[in-house]
Design a protein around this ligand. Structure first.
Ligand code: AMP
Ligand code: MN
Ligand code: MN
Length: 344
């Protein structure tokens, strides 16, 4: 595959040449009649959806008329992540089988594209926008900035280089992406560049308070009670992770059923687990089937949870990563415990 930019595993930021290649890739999609397909990662989070839908609106402004946005799996978006331009979303089955331009968002590896992965081969031009250090270097053109706090930072910079003016709806999508991946501007990659972008987005007229309330500060009563129960069972192991401490919690399908909650409400629970002061590493297991778990990991800096996630078939960042675990909860916790011990 003719990958133009970052090789896998490098920590380098995109060069001017990389940006120029990305601008050219997008321009190929601006030819009259060109068909453009945007894809973000499976089980999309705020950054995946927000960077894709923000970029989509930019492409519309540049004159793209044949434009589809999608992601692998069922076409449903959790209510807190509802945002402008969702009318552009189509089911994956309706996605153009051979678009002129494919752009992927926030996907660190081809596996995150599910059944849509074949478009990397069938598309005339493929452009990968991402910010995971673990990005495997797929796509004909790839723009991966491991120092960017969110894929939306990369997408916004590319739109700026294409001279696309921001409007309120575009800004709302890019802001949702930024505010979710930075944990409300609290995580380590919250650089001056992040705040400069946020300032531009806020200046476009978005309602910051309403967005924050919807995404972070609003939860059904049943979810609050369920969080209490799950956290009540949390375990702290001060001796794990070479004495830096591990805290873990397990949320089961029974918990969801008992409180009549949809699985997506659990996405916020890792924030309660990771604030335990006695542990460097936080682990949350979210049961998705009898022997299948969506696993979230966070580190305060001692451990590299991305390495563990990649070893266990997932991915992510040094301080925030995840994977799909198979077996019992105890087996998965054991696997993480062992890999943590090996890091120290
Ligand atoms: P989460 O714990 O779901 O908030 O995810 C934290 C980080 O890990 C994000 O950057 C995700 O992209 C990544 N991640 C989570 N689950 C997976 C997975 N199954 N495969 C690859 N990366 C993942
Ligand atoms: Mn993501
Ligand atoms: Mn991201």
């Amino acid at each position: 595959m003719n990958t133009t930019t970052l090789a896998a595993g490098t920590t380098g930021r995109p060069t001017e040449q990389d940006w120029a290649a990305a601008v050219n890739a997008v321009r190929s999609g601006l030819r009259p009649g060109a068909r453009v397909l945007l894809v973000c990662h499976v089980n999309p989070d705020g950054d995946a959806l927000g960077s894709m839908l923000g970029f989509a609106q930019g492409l519309r402004k540049l004159g793209v008329t044949s434009l589809q946005c999608t992601f692998p799996g069922a076409l449903s978006v959790p209510e807190p992540l509802h945002m402008p331009a969702m009318d552009l979303l189509i089911p994956e089955g309706a996605a153009d089988p051979a678009p002129d331009l494919l752009v992927t968002f926030d996907a660190a590896s081809e596996s995150r594209l599910g059944a849509l992965v074949d478009r990397l081969e069938t598309a005339t031009v493929s452009l990968v926008l991402d910010h995971h250090a673990s990005n495997t270097g797929f796509g004909k053109v790839s723009l991966v900035d491991p120092c960017a706090a969110a894929t939306s930072v990369v997408a916004a910079e590319l739109l700026r280089r294409l001279d696309v003016p921001l409007d309120r709806e575009m800004a709302e999508c890019l802001y949702i992406a930024l505010v979710t991946d930075t944990g409300s501007f609290k995580f380590d990659l919250t650089t001056p560049e992040v705040h400069e972008l946020a300032a531009r987005l806020v200046a476009a007229g978005i309602d910051v308070g309403a967005i924050s309330r919807r995404i972070f500060d609003s939860r059904p009563f049943g979810a609050v009670r369920m969080f209490g129960e799950v956290m009540g069972r949390a375990q702290l192991e001060p001796e794990s992770a070479g004495g830096r401490g591990l805290v873990y919690a397990v949320a089961t399908l029974d918990d969801l059923a008992k409180h009549q909650q949809p699985p997506y409400v659990l996405e916020a629970l890792i924030d309660s687990v990771r604030c335990v002061a006695e542990a460097d590493v936080a682990l949350l297991l979210k049961q998705v089937a009898p022997a299948e778990w969506a696993v979230s990991m966070r580190s305060k800096g001692g451990a590299d949870v991305s390495r563990i996630a990649v070893e266990l078939g997932g991915g992510g960042h040094r301080l925030a990563a995840g994977f799909t675990g198979h077996g019992t909860a105890e087996q998965i916790i054991d696997a993480v415990r062992g890999r943590l011990a090996a890091q120290f």
